[in-house]
Design a protein around this ligand. Structure first.
Ligand code: GCB
Length: 600
């Protein structure tokens, strides 16, 4: 019997995935926030999930049990457990958990009065890494991947009055994971983004796409889709500022494709124009703001709205300014992106995983083009089909969430991956997948540099023919070579495509000064920036860069006492928000580039 229960539970755990249905523009819907204080139990031995024979325990912590009388034995209690503010990461929310990787259980109550004819969804912006979600003691499903949103339809399971949610979160690093065991950022665990209840009518608009038709400036096209495959439903598309009011009718899949004539003002970093768009079904309106633009590559140039553009970028981790930990709030996005703007950026590389939705929407509002990436990073298990499926799902979910954000111009499928046939196959499949889903953006990945012969470094990666932009990371003058080499190094990039330096950089402790050749000083970092920018500026096809990185960030790999103290110090801004000299070197370079491109 016990074995049977075990297999049934195992089966349930692997079968019940989060809903596949899209909830496009979740913040534009009727939502109730479930952010706030949640109870939590730290469970290093997964004691709340397995019994003492390591079989899944049908009376695990998800039951939220209480002792019924004074002789009853229950060895946990969420009601008297400590509380943590959600969203957050446990590593910085509780200083005892700074280095903790493992399982933590979260629980909270909510009241609900079911409305006839309404559906209710439980939505999570992200949970790192493996989440099992329970409602009133029953498993809703499981989600794997720390940076993508997911939700469950709980209409038939929610009760009148008090309900409770339990989430078992595990952030153990696993070799077959995406990312895998080895990375250069903090493995922040927890419910790291907003949690919400989303209420919708029985039939509602779950998904849509509104964009400028590829290659044209006079046609807007896309689709509006209902959650139910009902034919003949009437929908409306409104873009008041363009005088658009279109009646649409769904086909048998519940989808209504459309094409309308319009010449919208184009979105660009200089004029980040967006239009109010309303999609209406049975009098209920779903509103969004849409940016219209074209992005393409021609020879060695990137063209935004048909004009050459230089990507004046910076790489950013999703780490909170001033307080460290995972960034999750709209204010975090404003500060981080505000710094990028101040430096003269028109572009940000959101590394190394999809960032929260506030970041992308705020970037669009401020006029910053976006590179968005999945955590296919370093030594992924290329031969493992589950790993591939996981990566593809994350790519899918990243594209799905942000496909209406015109500011996103590049989907990146990987970072610094070692050459092998299996790796090539894996990455080519990801490129194919992204292209089939979305033809209105560019695809890239951060490659590594090849061999150096007689002072010339070559880029030699089979993936060159699959991506639109040749992007690579190079730490010449920091991990290899000397600062002096930056004055003479030549580059052989034998492809008729633009090239982009997705990373370069040097560690500097803010406030540490010395000679230009003294490691960890602001002077060394500034000199490296100056020489690197001059070096690439001489190479044909240089189309932009996103140096590493905007702000110092926590990483377990960075151990040097008194200098690093678990911070990767390559930020041009310190963790306290103080700008280092390199910030201004980059700012000057970007101001020069901005002038150079203004009238091209
Ligand atoms: C890289 C990685 C980035 C690291 C950085 C570094 O190449 O892409 O994730 O943090 O180097 O500082 O070494």
């Amino acid at each position: 019997m016990r074995t049977l229960t075990f297999f049934l539970l195992l089966f349930a755990a692997f079968q019940l995935q989060a809903d596949e249905l899209t909830l496009q523009n979740v913040y534009g819907r009727e939502v109730t926030s479930l952010n706030g204080q949640w109870s939590y139990i730290i469970d290093p031995f997964n004691n709340g999930y397995y019994d003492y024979r390591l079989n899944p325990n049908p009376n695990g912590f998800f039951k939220n049990a209480k002792a019924k009388n004074k002789s009853d034995l229950v060895e946990y209690n969420f009601d008297t457990a400590d509380k943590m503010f959600i969203p957050s990461d446990w590593n910085t929310a509780n200083e005892q958990l700074f280095f903790y990787e493992g399982t933590v259980w979260f629980q909270r109550y909510f009241n609900h009065t079911p409305q006839p004819g309404k559906k209710l969804f439980l939505y999570f912006g992200a949970v790192n890494y493996d989440a099992r979600v329970y409602l009133n003691g029953e498993l809703l499903g499981r989600h794997i991947g720390g940076f993508t949103s997911f939700h469950f339809d709980i209409t038939d399971r929610v009760k009148e009055g008090e309900n409770f949610i339990v989430v078992m979160v595990n952030n153990d690093r696993i070799p077959e994971g995406v990312p895998t065991v080895n990375a250069d950022w903090w493995n922040y665990g927890g419910i790291t983004r907003d949690v919400m209840l989303v209420e919708e009518p029985e039939t509602f608009i779950d998904d849509y796409l509104v964009k400028l038709e590829k290659g044209r400036y006079d046609r807007i096209s896309g689709y509006v889709r209902l959650n139910n495959p009902i034919e003949g439903e009437s929908l409306e598309l409104l873009i008041p500022e363009l005088g658009i009011r279109e009646r649409l009718t769904t086909d048998h899949t519940g989808k209504a494709p459309f094409t309308v004539k319009a010449k919208p003002e184009l979105w660009s970093p200089e004029t980040p124009k967006t239009y109010e768009v309303s999609l209406i079904h049975e009098g209920k309106s779903l509103n969004d703001r849409i940016a219209f633009r074209q992005i393409e590559v021609k020879g060695k140039e990137i063209l935004l709205n048909g004009k050459p553009v230089f990507l004046r970028g910076i790489s950013i981790h999703e780490e909170a300014p001033f307080r460290q930990g995972r960034a999750s709030r709209p204010e975090d996005a404003k500060v981080l992106l505000g710094w990028a703007k101040e430096m003269g950026c028109n572009f940000v590389r959101l590394a190394h995983y999809p960032h929260n939705e506030y970041m992308v929407r705020e970037a669009e509002r401020m006029g910053l083009m976006v590179w968005s990436e999945i955590p296919v990073y370093w030594t992924i298990h290329w031969e493992n089909s589950d790993t591939y499926a996981n990566a593809e799902k994350q790519l899918n979910d990243m594209i799905e969430r942000d496909k209406n954000r015109g500011a996103v111009i590049i989907w990146s499928i990987a970072n610094e991956t070692p050459h092998s046939d299996a790796r090539d196959r894996f990455l080519i499949s990801l490129v194919d997948y992204a292209r089939a889903k979305d033809n209105s953006r560019l695809i890239s990945m951060a490659m590594e540099v090849g061999r150096t012969t007689n002072g010339v470094t070559e880029i030699n990666d089979l993936m060159h023919s699959y991506v639109d932009i040749i992007s690579f990371n190079s730490y010449l003058g920091w991990y290899g070579g000397k600062l002096e080499d930056l004055k003479t190094r030549g580059w052989n990039i034998p492809y008729d495509k633009p090239f982009f330096i997705s990373e370069f950089g040097a560690g500097a402790l803010q406030g540490k000064h010395g000679d230009k050749d003294e490691r960890w000083t602001e002077e060394y970092q500034a000199e490296l920036y100056d020489l690197t920018l001059k070096m690439y500026d001489k190479v044909d096809g240089f189309a932009g860069t996103s140096p590493w990185i905007l702000v110092d960030f926590y990483s377990p790999r960075r151990q040097l006492p008194g200098i690093q103290d678990f911070f990767n110090r390559k930020g041009v801004i310190s963790s306290e928000g103080i700008k280092k000299k390199a910030f201004f070197v980059l700012k000057d370079f970007y101001s020069k580039k901005e002038k150079e491109y203004r009238n091209r």
